[in-house]
Design a protein around this ligand. Structure first.
Ligand SMILES: NC(=O)c1ccc[n+]([C@@H]2O[C@H](COP(=O)([O-])OP(=O)(O)OC[C@H]3O[C@@H](n4cnc5c(N)ncnc54)[C@H](O)[C@@H]3O)[C@@H](O)[C@H]2O)c1
Ligand SMILES: O=C(O)C(=O)C[C@@H](O)[C@H](O)[C@H](O)COP(=O)(O)O
Ligand SMILES: [Zn+2]
Length: 351
């Protein structure tokens, strides 16, 4: 098993390998003295892995309860958060106890936020089960729920004690959700790592999935170590996301996050080419990588609809919004602009 150290203000390890789920209790007990653990998960993941996790926790000396909610982005809201918080209180969890977030990014974001709020903060562990959660959401401590006004609008920075990444779990992940992980993977390639983007274009994901997962985690670990609180450098991890969050919202959450990130990254790259800020070759490389992975690069919404849906983007400050723009295939820059110009920028990317 490989260990990647996550150097935020609160240091922790990410363990990655094939098969550690069955001994997750043992691994967690190395960093948290056995206590009461609440496994927060969704119904799909619970049916597949809930029992194995509970059994392993008990074997390692934890007591365990499971708190389960319906799968999908539509659950990532204040209603589910309230249900989870009430369940934690009902189970009598105290400040010395633990939440285990078992699932994809929805579970990780929601359970992480519950950990940040419950009793003003208790410890939690991430066991990511989707590709997206393994390469992105389980690392770095951004936790949140969605509000009607937009994605991730209520949340906290709250780091886990451990991330346990069992790549064997990807064998049960349906292909449509695998695409979400690939969308974020292409974001890493376009924004940070030209070689990763080329590997994706050549089908590297199919040949070396574990190596690609570890490569993405290493990129994220380096960025969050440099800027845990999203003040500057970390905002680059939002490449494609101003458009992506708007696309998710305009689609009534029908277009899932990672697929929206793929479209959002392509949209912003096309706008940059049109404005002479990115080469045609870089855009071609991005579009070929998306195509090779089976990801869409276009959507049917208008620039006006997208700009209206993006109004609550967290990179807006008053009348100015900072966009993350690809500069080359493999690097990106932060670019503040008047928020009123966003619609025109999106329009360039849609054509
Ligand atoms: N906090 C962060 O840094 C960060 C980063 C990226 C994305 N996100 C958030 O993550 C969410 C998307 O995450 P996601 O793509 O994992 O979606 P998800 O959590 O909805 O999981 C996708 C689906 O796959 C199922 N699933 C998960 N693992 C499975 C497995 N091993 N086998 C079978 N089914 C499985 C789930 O039940 C769900 O139906 C979005 O809300 C996004 O905003 C957060
Ligand atoms: O970790 C980060 O920082 C990211 O931006 C990763 C993104 O992939 C992720 O979707 C994140 O939840 C977006 O954060 P937000 O601040 O735009 O809500
Ligand atoms: Zn994302």
């Amino acid at each position: 098993m490989r260990r990647i150290s996550i150097e935020t203000g609160h240091h922790y390890d990410l363990l990655i390998g094939s098969g550690p789920l069955d001994r997750c209790g043992e691994e967690i007990a190395r960093v948290v003295t056995p206590c009461a653990a609440a496994v927060v998960t969704d119904d799909t993941v619970d049916a597949l892995y809930g029992e194995a996790v509970e059994r392993s926790l008990r074997k390692a000396g934890f007591s365990a309860v499971r708190i389960v909610f319906p799968h999908g982005e539509a659950s990532k809201n204040m209603g589910t958060l309230s249900h989870v918080l009430e369940s934690l209180a009902g189970a009598g969890l105290t400040r010395s106890d633990l939440i285990v977030a078992l699932g994809g990014g929805v579970v990780g974001d929601l359970a992480g936020f519950a950990a940040a709020c419950y009793l003003r903060g208790i410890r939690f562990v991430q066991i990511p089960t989707s590709l997206l959660a393994m390469i992105d959401s389980s690392v770095g401590g951004k936790t949140a729920v969605d509000l009607a006004a937009g994605k991730n609008l209520a949340g906290a920075f709250w780091q886990p004690e451990l991330v346990l990444c069992d790549t064997a779990l990807l064998s049960t992940l349906p292909g449509c959700y695998r695409l979400d992980g690939l969308g974020e993977m292409i974001k890493y390639g376009m924004g940070f790592d030209a070689q990763l983007l080329s590997m994706m274009r050549e089908g590297g994901w199919e040949r070396e999935p574990e190596a690609m997962v570890a490569r993405c985690i290493s990129i994220k670990a380096a960025v969050v170590a440099a800027d845990e609180r999203d003040q500057a450098e970390r905002q680059k991890l939002n490449l494609g996301h101003t458009a992506a969050h708007a696309i998710e919202r305009c689609s009534g959450l029908g277009i899932t996050h990672g697929r929206a990130v793929a479209i959002g990254t392509a949209l912003i790259a096309r706008a940059c080419v049109k404005r002479g800020m990115l080469s045609h070759e870089a855009l071609a490389l991005l579009e070929e990588a998306l195509d090779r992975c089976g990801l869409e690069s276009r959507c049917a919404f208008s620039a006006r609809e997208l700009a209206a849906a993006a109004v609550n983007d967290k990179k807006r400050r008053g009348d100015s919004i900072t966009l993350v723009l690809p500069a080359t295939a493999g690097s990106c820059v932060l670019h503040p602009m008047p928020a009123a110009e966003l619609e025109g920028f999106f329009a360039d990317g849609l054509n």
